[in-house]
Design a protein around this ligand. Structure first.
Ligand code: NAD
Length: 265
């Protein structure tokens, strides 16, 4: 990574981002593909040992094998507390105590709210909001004991400004942002930071659903972005690596849109 960041107040030295997370252990949920895979790669490039955690454990292991440095793939279902606890135990046994959690696993279902059913609402809430809550709870005891930790939630601009066709999804992402702010207040004095990154429309399988519903809608999304293009997973990952780095140690409870200027709130 080309970015250089200040090393800290104590030495005033500049250090390359490639060393910023040396000795740290990170879990990225939903990292077998898309934005999560790019985040796992960025954290590994910054020196962290990375657990690529996903419902699709086989693909997670393939992704982990291709990362720089120490990395493992772990099967994880964020909807199942036993699975979350087992995954965190496995990561701690193989890589060490978890310093960084990236709550990235998420699902979306596109369509008018009035046509959606309760099973869909429950699934969206279970993965996007409760999944974030379960994984955060699972790593917090260790972070509190050690007096340090970073939790970074991948929310969405939909959670900041609302998105038609994604009404319950928007609600879950708004919930994720509020969860991060409240948890940040509770844990700041214990040396833990909690922040949210909000991608705009980003080129992944999740966004392909929009094109499946309407190619015109997909094209209009790109036109609505001031930078006139859909984001790439590699646009999102550096913001997460920054928030995980020592340079972001005084930033907590914040919500950062990475969306080519789509939302400016
Ligand atoms: N792509 C976009 O336009 C966009 C925009 C805003 C926010 N986001 C958010 O970014 C995050 C990543 O999205 P993406 O676009 O890379 O999606 P994606 O569908 O490409 O990848 C999501 C990953 O999450 C995993 N996953 C799903 N359910 C899971 C579960 N229960 N437990 C563990 N893993 C599970 C999937 O197996 C998959 O590997 C999501 O939280 C999404 O809401 C995406």
């Amino acid at each position: 990574m080309l970015l250089r960041v200040a090393g800290g107040l104590d030495d005033g030295e500049e250090r390359p981002m490639t060393e910023a997370l040396e000795g740290k252990v990170a879990i990225v949920t939903g990292a077998a593909r898309g934005i999560g895979a790019a985040i796992a790669a960025a954290l590994a490039q910054s020196g962290a040992a990375v657990a690529v955690a996903d419902l699709d454990g086989d693909t997670a292991r393939v992704v982990a094998d291709k990362l720089d440095g120490r990395a493992i793939g772990v099967t994880l279902n964020v909807c199942d507390t036993a699975s979350v606890l087992a995954a965190v135990d496995a990561v701690q046994a193989q890589l060490g105590p978890v310093d960084i959690l990236v709550n990235n696993a998420g699902v979306d279902v596109i369509g008018p709210f009035v046509d959606s059913d309760e099973a869909t609402w429950l699934r969206l809430v279970d993965v996007n909001l409760l999944g974030t809550i379960r994984c955060s709870r699972a790593v917090l005891d260790g972070m509190l004991e050690r007096g340090s930790g970073r939790i970074i939630n991948i929310a969405s601009d939909a959670g900041r400004v609302g998105s038609s066709g994604e009404v319950v999804y928007s609600a879950t992402k708004g919930g994720v942002i509020a969860f991060a702010k409240a948890l940040a207040r509770e844990t700041a004095s214990a040396g833990i930071t909690v922040n949210s990154v909000c991608p705009g429309p980003t080129n992944t399988a999740l966004l392909d659903q929009v094109a499946d519903v309407s190619q015109r809608l997909y094209d209009s999304l790109a036109r609505a972005v001031p930078m006139k293009r859909i984001g790439q997973p590699s646009d999102i990952a550096p913001a997460v690596a920054f928030l995980a780095s020592p340079a972001a140690g005084y930033i907590t409870g914040q919500t950062l849109s990475v969306s080519g200027g789509l939302t400016m709130t």
